[in-house]
Design a binder for this molecule. Structure first.
Ligand code: SIN
Ligand code: MN
Length: 203
């Protein structure tokens, strides 16, 4: 039987199609104000295959000097737009965490994009979970333990699915092996959007 590591919750189809469409409209407005850009790996400067932007008080950025949170878009220099109310409600409903999310990373995957196994560990507060929402084409999501080299398993994420990494899986390694093109009609030109909500600072 397929068992997820403790602390990982996968809620297939949590958002129905109308809710996905509403959230997509909200994200389009975010991207209009804070355009997607292509981050670079620290040191090597190798470009990510995923394009990114953020909303919230803080946004996660990557460039040659490292990974960090900052309050401005690295290309426009403008503050990030606010996290849409629909996402705040989702956080409140599903995490039960006392504090609101400070950052929402918006990842856009075209058909060839992927994301290597990594931990989300640039936050000061690991007591809050990471809440992730998928929109558009399906992907093969991979999850492992909290040490690199521990066994991993993969499963498919579809448009409208939510994944929560919390508790003992807050620092679980995870990544995206591949996108399954043309598996959703939500995005007119295809591709996958992933949104991750996080607390950054201790309250
Ligand atoms: C991430 O780890 O930032 C994204 C995960 C995903 O795209 O599902
Ligand atoms: Mn991550």
């Amino acid at each position: 039987m397929f068992v997820l590591p403790k602390g990982v919750r996968h809620i297939p189809g949590h958002l129905d199609r109308p809710a996905q469409q509403t959230l997509l409209d909200d994200i389009r407005e975010v991207v209009r104000q804070a355009p997607l850009y292509r981050p670079e790996m620290p040191r090597s400067g190798k470009p990510f295959s995923v394009r990114m932007t953020n909303c919230g008080d803080l946004g996660w950025v990557a460039d040659k000097t490292g990974y960090r949170y900052q309050d401005r878009h690295p290309v426009t220099g403008l503050p990030w737009p606010a996290i849409p109310a629909s996402l705040i409600t989702l956080w409140e409903d599903l995490t039960g965490h006392a504090d609101l999310p400070q950052a929402c990373l918006v990842n856009f995957y075209d058909s060839g994009a992927r994301m290597g196994l990594h931990q989300d560990r640039d936050e000061d507060d690991f007591s809050a979970p990471v809440l992730s929402v998928s929109l558009g084409d399906a992907c093969l999501f991979r999850i492992g333990g909290i040490e690199r080299g521990q066994p991993t398993r993969s499963f498919r994420l579809e448009s409208g699915d939510v994944v929560i990494l919390g508790g003992e899986s807050r620092l679980a390694f995870h990544g995206v092996d591949r996108i399954y093109p043309t598996t959703s009609t939500l995005l007119k030109d295809g591709g996958r959007i992933n949104l991750t909500l996080r607390r950054v600072n201790r309250s």
